[in-house]
Design a protein around this ligand. Structure first.
Ligand code: NG6
Ligand code: CA
Length: 528
């Protein structure tokens, strides 16, 4: 009898743990940098092999209308992690040494996971700022506040971008491998301090031996590559650009290996690929005919495969929800002569590689190519493999994952984030009724197939003119002094502005955008 009771208790417990596990999956976000819709095989790329990402898609759900929130990095990541649109806080691409954009009072995605008992980590690119902005960051001491102060239990970072100083890794609060005899300084070198100096690319272009910059990237030259910003010292801590992917994968595999079966985890794997300077490991160089940009994508695909293998090896593959996506659309020449051979959809080529797929524009732009990115979710225990045309955005991860792990959001938390979990799990084919797209100061709203782009301000137009003079064509075309309206159902590549012929639709969407801008946020927005 006693045995029977024990056995029953055991069975109940076993059932309870398996069902609990099934309800609380581990969550891994594999995040590419500047990876466009058309850079992935399953999305139509013919010239870049991505077998691992393709496999994720075959085993999971491939979204055809999945968006990051903005067409540049910092605002996009800020919004994904806070559930607040960047425009509300004037979030822009950050320069080296910029303080943290996520303020302590903001609730973050990793904090939601922590509340649900998860172990959390970010490994890879941060670019959300470090320090409080009141006292300068002490690169030789404790670098904080940073990810550990906003919800991550562990962090191993590329602090800003791979084209910005400091070119060192930061593990939790400390720079890795720093020699106190050669202190690290970012910005100005304090008087009386001796530290390694690096060539200034403005004065010495020949120091750029890896490849020269095409524009910008001409301050500190480190590892033969010109970077944005000045760095002194820290030579022993410099990263090696070509092994960066290996390092992030190794740290991620270590993190996965350390996890216990009774405590779920959240890993934000934030790759530097395929952002400039593209420096794929020599074993990936030449894997495509598209130069370093294509090869870096092969490297990112490899990294994805390594993470999936680790999940499998340590017994997490079935009950882990894996997202693959990107922080903004594609860009080709983003400041280096790196030999990128990518054909855009310009008239003279029709058989090339277009990182934007059939969509218009890319990084920095308000057109669909800026935010419509690869978007795949795999969770064998709960998601039926397939394709979804639901309109979804990363802004809604916070509220949706809160629902997934049973955390209730307060009204002031993640104010723009809504729960679209059924769409993310493939149970709702519609997704969001509308989403906001951001690009610099430009805003656009998508409602179904309709897309409304706000008229550019005078200031934006002035900046655009300046860019045009500097020949940064990619940035030049996006702004127009008038409202634009596109019907993506008829015109997916946004060629025919129909604002004039659809004045009612235009003013409806303009009104929707005005309501989105109200300070209470999208979740509490009242529809008329
Ligand atoms: C730009 C850089 C570009 C990239 C971008 C941020 C130049 C000429 N261009 O200022 O290379 O770093 O900022 O990219 O310096 S993002 O993906 O992090 O938003
Ligand atoms: Ca980016």
């Amino acid at each position: 009898m006693k045995l029977f009771t024990l056995l029953t208790a055991y069975l109940v417990f076993a059932f309870w743990t398996t069902t609990c596990q099934a309800e609380e999956p581990n969550v891994v976000i594999i995040y590419g940098d500047d990876v466009g819709w058309g850079d992935v095989g399953v999305y139509g790329s013919q010239l870049i092999p991505t077998p691992n990402i393709d496999r994720l898609a075959k085993q999971g759900l491939l979204f055809t209308d999945g968006h990051c929130t903005a067409s540049t990095c910092t605002p996009s990541r800020f919004s994904m992690l806070t559930g607040i649109h960047g425009f509300r806080h004037g979030v822009r691409v950050l320069p080296p040494n910029a303080p943290m954009t996520i303020r302590p009072e903001m609730t973050t995605l990793p904090e939601i996971f922590q509340r649900a008992g998860y172990e959390t980590a970010v490994i890879g690119k941060w670019h959300l700022g470090l320090g409080d902005g009141k006292t300068p960051v002490d690169w030789n001491g404790q670098v904080k506040p940073g990810p550990l102060e906003v919800g991550f239990d562990y962090s191993f970072l590329l602090p800003y971008t791979n084209d910005r100083v400091p070119c060192v890794y930061l593990e939790n609060h400390r720079v890795v491998g720093l020699d106190p005899a050669d202190p690290l300084h970012v910005g100005k070198l304090p008087e009386g301090v001796t530290a390694t100096t690096y060539p200034d690319g403005k004065k010495d272009r020949s120091a750029m031996t890896y490849y020269p910059s095409s524009h910008g990237h001409n301050q500190s030259v480190i590892n033969g590559i010109g970077r944005i910003g000045y760095q002194w010292g820290g030579q022993s801590a410099l990263w090696d650009d070509e092994t960066m992917a290996d390092v992030f994968v190794e740290k991620s595999v270590d993190f996965i290996r350390r996890q216990k079966k009774d405590k779920p985890f959240f890993l934000f794997f934030s790759s530097q690929d395929i952002h400039v300077p593209r420096t794929p490991h020599p074993r990936f160089q030449g894997k495509t005919e598209l130069g370093f940009r294509g090869d870096a994508m092969v490297q990112l695909d490899w990294a994805t495969g390594q993470i999936m293998d680790a999940l499998k090896q340590y017994g997490f593959a079935e009950n882990t929800l894996v997202v693959f996506s990107s922080d903004n659309g594609p860009v080709y020449d983003d400041g280096y002569e790196d030999g990128t051979k990518v054909r855009t959809s310009s008239a003279e080529v029709d058989n090339g590689h277009d990182g934007s797929g059939p969509y218009r524009g890319g990084k920095y732009q308000i057109y669909e190519g800026g935010t419509r990115v690869p978007f795949i979710i795999r969770w064998p225990e709960k998601i039926q493999p397939g394709k979804s045309d639901a309109l979804v955005s990363q802004i809604d991860f916070l509220a949706s994952f809160a629902a997934l792990v049973g955390v209730e959001l307060k009204s002031q938390e993640g104010i723009d984030s809504r729960n679209f979990l059924p769409a993310f799990l493939g149970k709702d084919p519609q997704g969001a009724d509308f989403i906001l797209e951001e690009s610099g100061r430009a805003l656009a709203v998508r409602e179904g197939d309709w897309k409304f782009i706000e008229p550019a301000t005078r200031n934006q137009r002035r900046k655009t003119k300046k860019n045009r003079q500097k020949k940064t064509k990619a940035k030049a075309k996006q702004v127009s002094p008038k409202s634009q309206l596109y019907d993506l159902g008829e015109d997916q590549s946004e060629q025919n502005d129909v604002a004039n012929s659809h004045p009612e639709r235009t003013s409806e969407l303009k009104g929707l955008l005005q309501r989105i801008k109200q300070p209470q946020g999208i979740r509490q927005m009242k529809r008329p």
